[in-house]
Design a protein around this ligand. Structure first.
Ligand code: ARG
Ligand code: ZN
Length: 862
């Protein structure tokens, strides 16, 4: 069993300031696996070296392991334990330490360490899973060269893979066989992987920039082979992109990816052997949406890019996690931007940041990009580490400019290759190659909370005066904040002529307040600020609805244009929630202008005309009233639907019979088609459900089919709704990834009865908590359905807590990830807040709670 804590005993806190170099190095390790789902024997031989003058024993991390024997330099020694860890007393400066343990992959429901999934055996070691396989100093600054030998039943596990290059294999008697893999690159234990299974590969070869041949393979079950082409193509594209954009070449002769059905996260960058959640590999038009196709390419690229930003240079300790994750997200965002519309990609990324990271930064689990402490590191694979971390890199890239930024990343890769580095090391490279001082900028790593900027522009005679101020809100453990460096791109436009009044400027706001004067301003100016979302902040401006409508039609920065429309929609919705007197005219006009502008990319139009989500509207308000927000948003949707019904219908009709094609144009057409269908339904048009059902039945791709299903699931047209839900289920009953969509779409329904419906779905025979994708598809989706989750009865809170407590017993990591919606109680009325707190208290008081859940729930109560 993993660490299990009752609420009464305080789990240990790990602190960044306590970092110490490892006492012992392990330059070489040999692992010998006798694989068997019920009982796998692991023999580990560690060549250890004392790292300095000290007399401390070798302490090897373990989690649920029992050593059947321990040998030092070939001589058996008594087994000495310190809690879960193995203590080995050594006299000299270098020794060979050999341990043997037995583990049971088929009983591993946490999916950390070595586990079984759908008949195969696979590993997940990041962050601290290796200690569930063998005793080892399981920390990222201990780098070792691995030799791995696996033996298994040949019929059940014909394919045996590990990191690095294959060096030998052969048959044994009694139906078993063996394979051996050597990885020449020293790596931390979290990058170890093995896979054993009955798999087939989609293979290709890639020739690197220096002419080296690399064998590529994407390994899946035989029936899935035809669904791997998109991922393989994305792998080749990302390998080339990293050579061209960052000068990074692949370094082994083999690169394998394996798709696994039961996986806690998206994917894992193990050296030369990436292991993926199958949802980020498998695609064909019938099962995957455009969103899935894009996500597959992005995750394949992300994991591949880790080979340099993560593997060749790894993290000194887990507080530095954003060193590899923030940078690698930034890299995969750049890759995706280069594959299609960069503007739409930026809009999607900012929407994601606002949906997940901003609420995190405003709530009880807020933490800096480089945290100061944790109880369970798995809880820190967060939107802050990943997505805010990527924004921090993006700001440095903006400040340095493209040439210096590239010089700085070159310097980083050169200076720290083969080492375990820190965020500080990275920033130092930015300074050294950029010739710039980032002392104050470093606060982005240490201060949590989303900065707020207030901007007000006044015209005085022939000048314009821009007043800026910034504040950073208090966050847990950080009541007082220092001013940040905020790189803000801005530009002024003339409200009469529509012409730009100056070039785009990049200013760095460093002080609490600042003033900028623009000379020779001949007409009333409109402010375009934080263009391209140059800083991950909230900007409050004194811009009128007219100004925003103007920018939504005339700004030359597509992101700023989208942003002006979003702000106009938000202002309108917040006003209608607070005043109860909706005024939809400005939004209706602005949407018309965008919809009828022939110069715009349909994919952009589809993003721009979408209303902000219920929860993003709620995030603007001190007290969230989910029902009032829902009503205000629906009223605006209905008016937009009615006012522009003819436009929505013609937009829908124009692309109705398109054949599927995965291309930016094809995606844009499907996006506007489905957004239009949504507005036709919102208008209350009598034929809307029939139109949706017709699309559902006729579509040749999952984007259109799921789009139609989503509209019907939220509709009151009982018959068409039931038809689609049934048909979808029957068609995809044997495809787990598509059934996830069936659960998820229903959990996101805007109908009044969604809380009850979700409770019923949790009892559906196809529902299981044992598969993380399935658990997330219902429970995770329900948690972000603001109106349904916050059902005034409190049943949503009770349901979530019940499910999380059940899931915690199987898989604490996945359970703890789904808790945050319960922690937002401070933003709700007293009745709801009390009910949310009661559930958190019930969770914390549960005997045998994991430390993962304990950390999330107890922090959420503060
Ligand atoms: N490093 C992986 C990725 O982002 C994610 C691993 C998550 N593991 C965990 N224990 N949280 O590519
Ligand atoms: Zn990553």
């Amino acid at each position: 069993m993993a660490d299990i804590h009752s609420a009464a005993e305080a789990p240990r806190i790990t602190r960044r300031e306590d970092y110490r170099e490892p006492d012992w190095r392990v330059p070489e390790i040999e692992l010998d696996f006798q694989l068997d789902p019920a009982a796998t024997r692991v023999v580990a031989r560690l060549w250890v070296q004392r790292s300095s003058e000290h007399d401390r024993p070798l302490v090897l991390d373990g989690d649920g392991l029992t050593a059947s024997r321990v040998r030092v330099d070939g001589v058996e020694v008594p087994v000495e334990m310190d809690g879960p860890n193995l203590v080995v007393r050594l006299s000299g400066s270098a020794h060979l330490v050999e341990t043997e343990v037995e583990i049971a992959p088929e009983r591993n429901t946490q999916l950390q360490g070595l586990y079984a999934s759908n008949g195969m055996l696979c590993t997940q070691c990041e962050a601290e899973g290796f200690r569930r396989i063998t005793f080892f100093p399981d920390r990222p600054d201990v780098l070792s060269r691995y030799k791995v030998r696996m033996t298994a039943d040949k019929a059940r596990f014909p394919v045996l893979l590990s990191n690095g290059d294959p060096v030998g294999s052969g048959a044994l008697d009694d139906g078993r066989h063996w394979a051996e893999w050597h990885d020449p690159f020293p790596k931390p234990s979290y990058l170890f992987a093995l896979v054993a299974g009955d798999l087939v590969a989609n293979r290709s070869t890639f020739t690197t920039m220096n002419g080296r041949e690399v064998q590529l393979g994407i390994w899946v079950r035989a029936g899935d082979l035809e669904r791997t082409h998109h991922a393989l193509n994305a792998l080749e594209t990302s390998m080339r992109w990293d050579e061209q954009v960052y000068g990074r070449e692949y370094d082994l002769d083999v690169f394998n990816i394996v798709a696994v059905d039961d996986f806690n996260f998206g994917a894992m960058e193990n050296k030369g052997l990436n292991v993926f959640n199958s949802r980020y590999i498998l695609a064909d038009p019938d099962i995957a949406t455009d969103y899935d196709y894009d996500a597959i390419a992005a995750v394949v690229a992300h994991e591949y890019f880790h080979n340099w930003s993560g593997n060749r240079i790894t993290c000194r300790d887990w507080f530095q996690l954003s060193l590899k994750e923030g940078f690698t997200v930034f890299r995969d965002q750049g890759f995706s931007a280069d594959q299609g519309s960069a503007a739409v990609k930026r809009i999607e990324d900012v929407r994601g940041l606002r949906a997940s990271q901003f609420p995190e930064d405003a709530g009880p689990l807020a933490h800096p990009v480089r945290p100061d402490s944790y109880i369970e590191i798995s809880n820190f694979y967060t939107a802050t580490i990943y997505n805010k971390g990527a924004e921090v890199i993006r700001m440095m890239a903006t400040i340095l400019g493209p040439e210096k930024f590239r010089a700085a990343t070159d310097l980083y890769f050169e200076r720290f290759d083969g080492t375990a580095a820190t965020c500080e090391d990275f920033v130092r490279c930015m300074e050294d190659a950029g010739g710039t001082d980032l002392t104050q900028f470093r606060r982005w790593y240490s201060q949590a909370g989303t900065p707020r900027v207030t901007a007000s522009l006044k015209q005085e005679g022939g000048r314009a005066r821009l007043t800026l101020s910034q504040t950073v809100p208090p966050t847990p453990g950080q009541p007082d904040k220092q001013p940040m460096v905020l790189p803000l791109k801005l530009r002024l436009f003339g409200s009469v002529t529509g012409r730009p009044l100056c070039d785009e400027q990049l200013i760095q706001l460093r002080d609490p307040t600042a003033e900028i004067v623009f000379e020779s301003i001949p007409e009333p100016p409109v402010l375009s600020i934080n263009r391209g979302f140059s800083a991950p902040v909230v900007v409050d401006t004194n811009r009128s609805a007219r100004d925003l409508a103007f920018l939504s039609a005339h700004d030359d920065d597509p992101f700023a244009r989208y942003e002006a429309m979003q702000q106009l929609m938000l202002d309108t919705l917040v006003a209608s929630v607070t005043s109860g007197r909706p005024d939809h005219d400005a939004v209706i006009d602005a949407v018309r202008n965008t919809l009828t502008d022939p110069a715009l990319d349909p994919a952009f139009v589809a993003e721009a005309v979408l209303l902000p989500s219920d929860s993003f509207i709620g995030d603007q308000m001190a007290l969230v009233d989910p029902d009032a927000i829902f009503a205000a948003r629906e009223a605006l949707r209905r008016d937009l639907g009615r006012e522009h019904e003819a436009l929505w219908r013609s937009a829908h009709e124009a692309v109705r019979n398109n054949r599927f094609e995965y291309s930016p144009a094809g995606k844009g057409a499907r996006r506007i088609k489905n957004v239009s269908l949504g507005y036709i339904a919102a208008s209350g048009a009598r034929d809307a459900a029939d139109l949706a059902l017709a699309q559902f039945e006729a579509s040749d791709n999952m984007t259109d089919r799921q789009g139609a299903l989503g509209v019907l699931v939220s509709s009151t047209a009982t018959e068409q709704r039931a038809t689609a839900i049934d048909a979808f289920y029957r068609r995809y009953a044997d495809n787990a990834l598509v059934l996830d969509k069936w659960f998820q779409t229903q959990a996101l329904s805007s109908r009044d009865d969604t809380a009850q419906a979700v409770e019923a779905l949790a009892a559906h025979p196809a529902f299981t908590l044992a598969n993380p994708n399935r658990a997330r598809s219902l429970i995770g989706a329900f948690g972000v359905n603001q109106r349904a989750f916050h059902d005034v009865s409190g049943r949503g809170y009770r349901f979530l807590a019940d499910q999380l407590l059940a899931l915690d017993k199987l898989n604490p990591q996945t359970a703890a990830k789904l808790l945050p919606p319960l922690g937002r109680w401070k933003r709700f009325d007293a009745g709801r807040a009390a009910k949310m707190r009661a559930e958190l208290e019930r969770i914390v008081a549960t005997p045998g709670l994991s430390k993962d859940m304990f950390e999330q729930a107890s922090k959420s109560l503060d």
